[in-house]
Design a protein around this ligand. Structure first.
Ligand code: FE2
Length: 424
């Protein structure tokens, strides 16, 4: 006897009328309609049942701090960094914890059950590290939080950053971060990549660097990151986040870079909402989009995930933990409007980041953990178009969030009373 049976599910790969059986928190059956005994049944009525959303790039130490200590007047990256510098000395562990937990509530409600968050290690007190390590434990029953030791002020540029980064890893932070384009010179940037990759290899950790978050076409640290990934045997464990300089690079150089990235097993993480707002700020017109070359990376075999990056913090006043909003923006900025490309945008906020994070038990196969989201949509493309309601969010076979269906009532003579935006 099953604990739960989800009937009449549509899956992201296009299979319809599938029943999903759940027992002891795991998926034990994924089959076309089959008679099965279950303690409980939910009729999914042909709507999309997906694995949970995964955010490959976030900053949980600054989230929900918008307006503290003041608003970013210009809305630029540089004023955001300056503002964060002003806010850091005023931070308390309790305030960081409270805001992070509130954001995790938002995330769960949106079916976002795994987040990789960078945590700034350039404050000698490591308050944010301590706070987020505690948050990681508190949310573990319902959300996987992976932490990256991020030297915001530059691991070589900031005098105590390397020591602090090592302390953060000793305390249990999961991933090695970096910011080579923010070091003082190109060669210092390259040196930081080498140093941090060697540190990760020695400790058996993953790497995720803010890499080339710049409109400067000569910012080529991704080349160095790919090189050291291959040299140190870190294939499949390294990601370059942002990579916005690739947007502005010379096409001939990119034709050499893409196969190098593919060979080295480096993944790319684009952050469409933030890249489209922060890049191209020194341009008049035409203004560059500033997002990395997503379709070309995918065509070269490089895994590409989309991240949220910021929600209501010194850099960005928007966001709500909705990875469908992120996919929606990614689809537009990258002009990924073909049928297959739109589905790749859905993968970029679900299965691809799950692989990049190395999540265990993630998937819709028998044996995977029963972490599922029922969406008010008929397929992944419709889910993105409607930023579909997460009717039901499940973790280990237990319902942890529900949202009523989006609907509207019309008061127009001669027209139907209820509006339903679905067509799939
Ligand atoms: Fe970031």
């Amino acid at each position: 006897m099953l604990d739960l049976l989800l009937r009449h599910c549509t899956l992201p790969d296009g299979r319809t009328d599938i029943d999903i059986g759940i027992e002891a928190g795991r998926i034990v059956m994924v089959q076309p309609q089959r008679a099965a005994q279950s303690a409980r049944e939910i009729d999914c009525a042909g709507q999309l049942v997906s694995t949970p959303f995964v955010d490959a790039h976030f900053h949980m130490d600054s989230t929900l701090s918008y307006g503290l200590p003041r608003v970013n007047q210009s809305g630029t990256l540089l004023e955001g960094i300056a503002l964060w510098g002003e806010l850091k000395p005023q931070l308390t562990q309790d305030a960081i914890t409270e805001r992070a937990l509130a954001y995790c509530d938002w995330a769960v409600a949106k079916g976002l059950l795994a987040i990789r968050s960078h945590v700034d290690v350039c404050d000698d007190r490591l308050l944010a590290v301590e706070a987020l390590l505690q948050v990681r434990e508190r949310v573990k029953p319902y959300l996987d939080l992976q932490l990256v030791a991020f030297p915001q002020d530059g691991v070589l540029r900031s005098p105590t950053a390397l020591r602090n980064l090592q302390r953060a890893l000793d305390m249990g932070v999961d991933v090695v971060g970096g910011i080579p384009h923010f070091e003082r010179t190109m060669s210092q940037g390259a040196e930081s990549v080498k140093l941090l990759c060697e540190l990760a290899a020695a400790r058996g950790l993953r790497v995720d660097m803010h890499c080339d978050e710049s409109d400067d076409p000569m910012s080529r640290h991704i080349e160095t990151l790919a090189f050291h990934t291959q040299r140190l045997g870190l294939q499949g464990r390294v990601a370059g986040s942002h990579l916005t300089s690739m947007h502005s690079m010379d096409n001939y150089y990119v034709s050499k870079l893409l196969p190098l990235m593919s060979e080295s097993g480096v993944a790319a993480i684009a952050n469409p909402l933030i890249n489209i707002t922060l890049q191209g700020r020194h341009d008049t017109y035409p203004k560059r989009r500033g997002m990395t070359r997503v379709p070309e990376l995918l065509a070269a075999g490089v895994p590409v995930a989309f991240g949220q990056d910021c929600v209501m913090d010194p850099w960005y006043a928007g966001g709500s933990g909705d990875m469908l909003e992120v996919a929606h923006m990614g689809l537009h900025v990258a002009q990924m409007t073909g049928q297959a490309a739109m589905r790749q945008c859905f993968d970029a906020v679900t299965t691809t980041p799950a692989r990049i994070l190395g999540l265990e038990g993630y998937g819709l196969d028998v044996g995977c953990r029963a972490d599922l989201v029922l969406l008010q949509a008929g397929d992944p493309v419709e889910a993105i178009r409607l930023r579909a309601a997460r009717l039901l969010v499940m973790r280990g076979g237990k319902i942890i969030a529900t949202t009523p269906p989006a609907t509207a009532t019309l008061h127009l003579p001669g027209r139907p009373a209820a509006v339903d935006w679905r067509t799939a």
